[in-house]
Design a protein around this ligand. Structure first.
Ligand code: IPE
Ligand code: MG
Length: 228
């Protein structure tokens, strides 16, 4: 969800205003994706590297999450959204940890869409924390395979993403779901996140529908013998 700061700057407003609008854009997007049959939506809200931002911005983002939970949790819960948080929770405040737990508990039986919020998350952190679990369990090296790791990574409750969308014009993964996006289709949009709406969602999903996914194999045409 990139582009909040630029969105605000264009309006001569502080960056925080852009983040605030970004939360509203997320709430709308969850609904719009769910209406189109998307069952899992994972959003990158705060990366392991975002601590490098000025402390006012970091503090602002933390308090914004608390505000967002108190403002939207009831609505999301009654709209059928199951909320899961992925990331390193040890570094966030007790207050925030409690808010996450409340959001997860309150929505655990919902089935319309699963919203996974990546917070203090990094793709490299995720691989390392899964490996640490293996070591802590004293796993035999032969037992450690792709399947085992996938089952111990933060997004183990969801299938690998079909589509990866980045807004804000940059064409980078920036340490998001590195392991899980091995075969995801990538879609980059110049739209700044607070502006990301129904038309952008349609554009992303229709681009996805035109992709030919082969997962390293051949497509149906190429697989046919010569002359058929
Ligand atoms: C993304 O918007 C939101 C977070 C990382 C929380 P940015 O803050 O990166 O916005 P730009 O890239 O400066 O416009
Ligand atoms: Mg950015």
């Amino acid at each position: 969800m990139d582009g909040n700061g630029r969105w605000a700057r264009r309006r001569f407003m502080p960056r925080f205003f852009g983040h605030k609008q970004g939360v509203d854009a997320l709430v709308r997007a969850v609904d719009a994706f769910a209406d189109r049959g998307v069952q899992y939506l994972t959003v990158f809200a705060f990366s392991s590297e975002n601590w490098k931002r000025p402390s006012e911005e970091v503090t602002g983002l933390m308090s914004l999450v608390l505000v967002a939970v108190s403002k939207y949790l009831t609505k999301m819960a009654s709209d059928g959204v199951r909320i899961r948080i992925i990331g390193d929770r040890t570094a966030v405040s007790d207050k925030l940890r409690k808010a996450w737990e409340q959001a997860e508990t309150m929505t655990q039986h919902n089935t319309r869409i699963t919203l996974a919020v990546a917070f203090n998350y990094g793709g490299r952190w995720d691989v390392v924390q899964a490996c640490r679990q293996a070591l802590a369990l004293g796993l035999d090296p032969q037992q450690l395979d792709e399947n085992w790791l996938a089952q111990h990574m933060a997004l183990s409750f969801a299938p690998d993403p079909d589509l990866f969308i980045r807004t804000g014009g940059e064409m980078r993964i920036s340490n998001f779901l590195l392991w899980q996006t091995a075969y995801s289709e990538l879609f980059f949009s110049d739209c700044l996140w607070p502006d990301f709406g129904e038309a952008d969602i349609e554009a992303a999903l229709s681009a996805y529908a035109r992709r030919d996914r082969r997962f390293g194999g051949l497509n149906a045409d190429a697989a046919k013998p010569e002359g058929h």
